[in-house]
Design a protein. Structure first.
Length: 181
């Protein structure tokens, strides 16, 4: 993996990365950089209206993107975190619309994947995390797949995925409804 300073500079200047997550490679960028988010959406071919997931290695990295949660909500979140469980939490007023799409909530996760967690630590921020594929296609499972799909339009960070067979569960924090088992 690249040095922390180089990674931070790359992400803050609008760079997009491909990196291993729990079940596949993910595409990521600085979730507060609209230029980077637009670039990621264009590379992936994903409609902005769908919204994106943001992963972190600690809850504090998500605080500026989501509205304050109650102690009960936080307890429920941490019953599943760190791990492959994504919560739809009410978005903060300053959360970029590009992240949440047409929704009033933002999909967030504190990852247990060692590579993704270390990446967030080194970057000093949460990261956008959407599957590394062209919208609607099979996600990349290897470094080679990422190069085949994206060439050098993204910085591929080599590594192995966590081996999970399916993507993270997605659950609405306010209603408890599971949207993706």
């Amino acid at each position: 993996m690249t040095t922390a300073r180089a990674l931070q500079h790359f992400l803050r200047s609008g760079g997009v990365i491909a990196y291993p997550t729990e079940s596949c490679f993910g595409l990521g960028c600085d979730p507060t950089n609209p230029l980077a988010i637009r670039r990621l959406l264009r590379i992936k071919g994903r409609p902005q209206r769908k919204g994106l997931i943001v992963v972190a290695n600690q809850f504090s990295q998500l605080r500026r993107l989501i509205s304050p949660v109650t102690p009960e909500q936080k307890r429920r979140m941490f019953e599943r975190w760190p791990g492959p469980h994504t919560w739809l939490a009410p978005a903060a007023k300053r959360c970029p619309a590009l992240l949440r799409g047409r929704h009033s909530s933002l999909a967030v996760r504190v990852t247990a994947n060692p590579f993704a967690a270390q990446l967030c630590r080194k970057a000093g921020m949460a990261l956008v995390s959407t599957s590394a594929n062209h919208n609607g296609r099979v996600p990349a499972k290897t470094t080679r797949d990422c190069y085949r799909l994206f060439g050098h339009s993204v910085k591929v960070l080599p590594g192995k995925t966590g081996g999970a067979s399916k993507p993270s569960t997605i659950q609405d924090l306010l209603t408890g409804k599971i949207l993706r088992p």
